[in-house]
Write a protein that binds this ligand. Sequence first.
Ligand SMILES: NC(=O)c1ccc[n+]([C@@H]2O[C@H](COP(=O)([O-])OP(=O)(O)OC[C@H]3O[C@@H](n4cnc5c(N)ncnc54)[C@H](O)[C@@H]3O)[C@@H](O)[C@H]2O)c1
Length: 273
Amino acid sequence: MAGRLSGKVAIITGGAKGLGAADARLFAAEGASVIVTDVDSANGEAVAAEIGGQFRRLDVRHEAEWQALVASVMAEHGRLDILVNNAGVVEIGSPETITEESYRFVMAVSLDGTVWGCKHAIPAMRAGGGGSIVNMASIASIQGEPYVAAYCAAKGGIEAYSRAVAVHCAQGRMNIRCNSVHPSGIDTPMVRSMPEKVAAAALPTLDDQGQGAGLNPLGVPQDIAHMVLYLASDESRFVSGQAFVIDNTASITEGIVPGGEGNSARQGQHHGQ
Ligand SMILES: NC(=O)c1ccc[n+]([C@@H]2O[C@H](COP(=O)([O-])OP(=O)(O)OC[C@H]3O[C@@H](n4cnc5c(N)ncnc54)[C@H](O)[C@@H]3O)[C@@H](O)[C@H]2O)c1
């Protein structure tokens, strides 16, 4: 039986671990030729080998690397149908403690990477008659998460930029769609690294990263990968310029986020990266 992505060529950034690796596995199972990209070559090579895909080292911050990657994919596969701008990083810092270095790092990986990815994917997709771009944002673009302020800014930028890309492509009749995905806390290496980062920053207690916290337990990477698959596939052919929240109500319940003073008794209930 044909897979939901049969015959399609997909680039996934940050595909070595976490959500990107889950996307890569699901895409390959649905028939796509997957190009796993990351700065983590060891894990990226392993994921690519496991799914019968390819690994290319790509640091999403650098436009020249994007140019070279897309050119090599076009030379080898002759088409590009799907881009998942998934690579992202998080740094601790409130609006008062944010540092220039951590702010620039978070913005460069998450927002700059998405901008360069879209720029170079669009002409390649257009040459093949269309495509789908899926940009990983977060509920951090919706609910204020003051302890990761730069991350909120980057994810808000990604949400807005996705709409600009979607309208640009629609106006140009390119048959290229672009949407953003906004998860709450999902069990990945990024989330597992948070307690150590929070402790190093000496924030007010952050109890349990949301795990087992009643309404808002952590999700698993597959919870997000199934949405990414839908948006990448032709099933979503009439869906573009939208922000999809996957958070088991986290962003519409009390809105308490960790790190705030005076709410330590309730901390840990929401924690979206
Ligand atoms: N896990 C969550 O709870 C959660 C929630 C909302 C949004 N997100 C977003 O989903 C995406 C994936 O998150 P994750 O939890 O899987 O993170 P992760 O840290 O587990 O994996 C991210 C991957 O990106 C790679 N990466 C980092 N910098 C890079 C760069 N400059 N160029 C290329 N690759 C780079 C890392 O090597 C890693 O393999 C991120 O954009 C993240 O912000 C995650």
